[in-house]
Design a protein around this ligand. Structure first.
Ligand SMILES: *Cc1c(COP(=O)(O)O)cnc(C)c1O
Length: 521
């Protein structure tokens, strides 16, 4: 079947550029691609198995009455379909990904090679522990590195993401408070926090209260201490924070929080800016998640869940979740159940069915070992250097609200101040798409109007940064000059500007075969 044949549906929202319309809807190598259901037909198949024997007699009348409408395509058509779709997407392997607060850096191919070794890739979570000693050694070794880099005595390896790690940390805090018969009601969260922080606290049954920032973008220590009291269970602080600034008062904050019997949760999503240079344990932190898919270069959404190990202080370690790996004289054990004894029996329980995400563990450990401690320190230094290069190269055309607060950490924060009437951060983001870049994080953190948060990461070369800066300078100047064509960008993407409200409120997630619908009526 020729998938480019006449009569093939064309997308209704194609770009109108004033250029000639081609017969296929394609423009050169930008191939138009319909849904797989629209290009396949249920009458065709890519394999020629014999017809399946009739089994209806054994199904007692429950057999399917109608075809289920799976598309039929040859293997080549299928491969082409997905390859074409992949070309309509942006990827870290295609260009710079300036997502603030969400380190999106190169995933070294060495990690991929290691993760694919059959001894790791083909593991089954129910394999007897005696047969997976190597895998447990990898988990233990990675745990050792995470504890060493953070200066914390314990780590829970099972949480599947940053947000899941926050849940793990707050459940441990809640257990610790309940264990001393001191349940508390409130969790304090700075205004600039990522939405997962208040969401996690609320999910754990806490009332969330905001703490304001001071004029230079950091937590207001006096406002925080004024609010602390016996009803406060924990303070959740992101450090470096989402304004791209290091919370210099962290130790004083932690001392104040501990003095009222509360705990300090640190959102470690920005650990990439300080890894190898600052040990959060030295700052008085009780629990912190580490997004392996951010700091330690494992892919975001790379073949299943991510991984968000949580490091714990000695005060919280006994409450950490099950299961965990323990090293003994006769090898590694997976401790699955609570046992009596010191540091055992207080765990808040299990967060996931199995013990974590081997694919992410192997990649993260390969990354850590290939850099070594010195290399990781260089990583954070270069990440910070690159972000400051971006900040200083843009601040004459874009407002940098905390530009005067000193150098930034690994993220540069800009605002929409000075754009022409009616022009927004969204327009700049769409303009960047036309320049061939994924937009930066926008409208976050909420404390800055029309925020643009840019994180180049350490893996980008100066040439790549210069190209991005040139593109953003150009788009920013168009926003300031009020160039009307920017309001309708993107012009050169597979789709033009979409109705994001409609997409969020009325998403169309299911394709229904018109023929089957008719048959059902
Ligand atoms: C990414 C991020 C999170 C959530 O982490 P996930 O791994 O996406 O669940 C939380 N806080 C901050 C500051 C982040 O950047």
């Amino acid at each position: 079947m020729n998938v480019l044949s006449e009569g093939r549906p064309t997308r209704p929202d194609r770009i109108e550029t004033g250029l000639p319309v081609t017969a296929t809807g394609n423009r050169g190598l930008m191939l138009e691609e319909a849904l797989i259901f629209e290009i396949g037909s249920s009458g065709t198949t890519g394999v020629d198995f014999d017809a399946a024997p009739k089994v209806s007699s054994r199904l007692g009348g429950l057999e399917r009455k109608r075809p289920i409408g799976l598309p039929g395509l040859s293997e080549q058509e299928t491969v082409r379909h997905y390859t074409r779709l992949s070309r309509q997407n942006y990827a870290i392997d295609l260009g710079l990904f300036p997502l603030g607060s969400c380190t999106m850096k190169h995933n070294p191919r060495l990690n991929e090679k290691v993760a694919r070794l059959p001894g790791f890739a083909d593991l089954h979570p129910l394999a007897p522990v005696s047969t997976v000693q190597g895998a447990l050694a990898v988990i233990d070794e990675l745990a050792h590195w995470l504890k060493t880099l953070t200066g914390m005595p314990a780590v829970a390896m099972s949480p599947k993401a940053g947000a899941h790690g926050e849940l793990c940390g707050l459940l441990a805090i809640r257990s610790a408070l309940e264990a001393r018969n001191d349940p508390r009601a409130v969790v304090l969260v700075p205004e600039s926090a990522h939405g997962t922080n208040p969401a996690t606290a609320a999910f754990c049954g806490y009332k969330v209260e905001n703490i304001p920032a001071n004029a230079d973008g950091r937590v207001d220590l006096s406002a925080l201490t004024a609010r602390l009291g016996p009803d406060v269970a924990a303070v959740m602080i992101t450090n470096p924070n989402t304004c791209g600034l290091f919370e210099r008062d962290m130790k004083n904050i932690a001392d104040a929080v501990h003095s009222v019997g509360a705990f300090v949760y640190c959102d470690g999503a920005n650990f990439n800016a300080i890894v190898g240079r600052v040990r959060p344990g030295d700052l008085g932190i009780d629990a912190m998640h580490i997004n392996l898919h951010k700091t330690f270069s494992t892919p975001h959404g790379g073949g299943g869940p991510g991984s968000g190990p949580v490091v714990f202080s000695a005060a919280l370690a006994p409450f950490a979740p099950l299961p965990f790996v323990e090293r003994a004289d006769d090898g590694y054990h997976l401790v699955e159940e609570e046992t009596a004894g010191e540091h055992h029996g207080a765990s808040f329980g299990r967060m996931v069915a199995f013990h974590g995400q081997m694919g992410m563990f192997t990649r993260a450990l390969a990354y850590i070992l290939s850099h070594g401690a010195d290399g990781l320190r260089q990583v954070s230094e270069d990440a910070v250097l690159n972000a400051n290069y971006i900040l200083r190269s843009l601040e004459d055309v874009l407002d940098a609200p905390y530009g005067a607060s000193g150098p930034c950490m690994h993220e540069a924060l800009l605002s929409d101040k000075g754009f022409a009437e009616g022009f927004t951060t969204l327009d700049v983001a769409k303009g960047l798409i036309d320049e061939g870049f994924h937009p930066m994080t926008m409208y976050f953190p909420l404390v800055v109007h029309g925020a643009m948060l840019i994180e180049p990461t350490e893996t980008e070369s100066k040439a790549a940064l210069d190209q991005f800066i040139m593109a953003l300078r150009s788009v920013a100047q168009r926003a300031k000059a009020g160039d009307p064509s920017l309001r309708s960008a993107p012009h050169f993407a597979p789709r033009r500007r979409l109705d994001e409200t409609q997409a969020a409120r009325k998403p169309v997630l299911v394709w229904e075969d018109p023929a089957l619908q008719e048959a059902a009526e």
